[in-house]
Design a protein around this ligand. Structure first.
Ligand SMILES: Nc1nc2c(ncn2[C@@H]2O[C@H](COP(=O)(O)OP(=O)(O)OP(=O)(O)O)[C@@H](O)[C@H]2O)c(=O)[nH]1
Ligand SMILES: [Mg+2]
Length: 287
């Protein structure tokens, strides 16, 4: 009768002796354990989030009006200042250049894709949701920064300040990654709304006015930094977190954002007149 100690030794010897059953069991463990762990992990954190596009921009730009138009096909319903974010699920036909009215029909041709359009409040005190979702939202495919092109002259500073925050957050998202694996591109559409009003600036002017103002903001922010005693050497080491675009350049242009894997397009339109197809196509191409 072998003692338990002898039994154990015999068992260990058996396991350590190369034999077919030991190899088979060992191979099964090596192959199956990672698969089981993978299934376990992916099921406990289900990937439920649809690709999403976030609408940001100053108050009164027409974000909620656009959401309502896309959801119900009717912009006439009056909107009021948003207090909370709101998402709707929409469907695009990916390979077809349909107008949004055709695309939202169930029998629209082509491959369908669902996505979430997220409306955020534009008020300065309620922007944290929008800003958080730019960096943290899973499946974020694009950002639509909407502004009122008819009152941009009066609101230029406030609008550009918000845009600066948005672009800077996206720039940091890319530049803070030290590995070679850069995060996927998130592009920005500047939707210059209310082209139906006669005071509305055309997209080209919206672009040049914003670029000039963003350049001014950038300069005044860096002055504050220099005054605080941070030397230009620190700045060159990437210490200047507040500088948007190409460091040290005299003028800001949206093209400078390409260095950070960020394309900025400026397209005019009007929610009231239903002229939103160019924006719709921009969104479909990002999904
Ligand atoms: N003339 C004109 N008015 C528009 C257009 N789009 C929206 N509006 C009006 O602009 C006003 C503000 O629109 P909202 O959609 O509430 O603006 P918002 O961007 O959601 O604003 P917040 O929720 O405060 O951030 C509403 O009275 C709309 O009817 C447009 O294309 N042309
Ligand atoms: Mg709103």
């Amino acid at each position: 009768m072998p003692t338990p100690m002898e039994q154990l030794i015999e068992y260990i010897e058996y396991i350590l002796t190369p034999s077919t059953p030991v190899f088979v069991v060992g191979a099964l463990i090596v192959v199956l354990v990672p698969i089981i762990v993978h299934i376990f992990v992916t099921q406990s954190t289900p990937y439920t989030s649809l690709p999403s596009v976030v609408l940001v921009g100053p108050p009164g730009a027409g974000k909620t009006a656009l959401l309502t138009l896309l959801e119900r096909g009717d912009a006439a319903i009056s909107t009021h200042t948003s207090q909370v974010p709101q998402s709707i699920e929409l469907t695009v036909s990916v390979d077809q250049h349909l107008s949004f009215r055709e695309a939202v029909k169930d029998d629209a041709p082509g491959e369908h894709k669902k996505f979430l359009l997220v409306d955020t409040p534009g008020h300065g005190k309620l922007r944290n949701f929008a800003m958080d979702s730019l960096v943290a939202r899973e499946g974020l495919k694009g950002i639509v920064f909407m502004l009122d092109a008819a009152t941009l002259d009066e609101n230029l500073a406030a609008t550009a300040n918000y845009l600066y925050e948005v672009l800077l957050a996206l720039q940091k998202r890319v530049s803070s990654v030290k590995t070679s694996k850069t995060p996927s591109a998130i592009n920005v559409l500047i939707a210059a709304n209310k082209s139906d009003l006669f005071t509305a600036l055309p997209a080209t002017l919206v672009k040049s006015n914003l670029e000039a103002e963003l350049g001014r903001i950038r300069k005044s922010r860096s002055k504050g930094l220099l005054a605080s005693g941070v030397g230009i050497d620190d700045v060159d080491n990437g210490e200047n977190d507040d500088w948007l675009g190409e460091y040290g350049s005299e003028k800001f242009t949206f093209g400078q954002m390409q260095e950070f894997n960020l394309e900025v397009d400026i397209v005019g339109g009007s929610v009231t007149e239903g002229k939103v197809d160019k924006w719709w196509h921009w969104v479909s191409e990002r999904l």
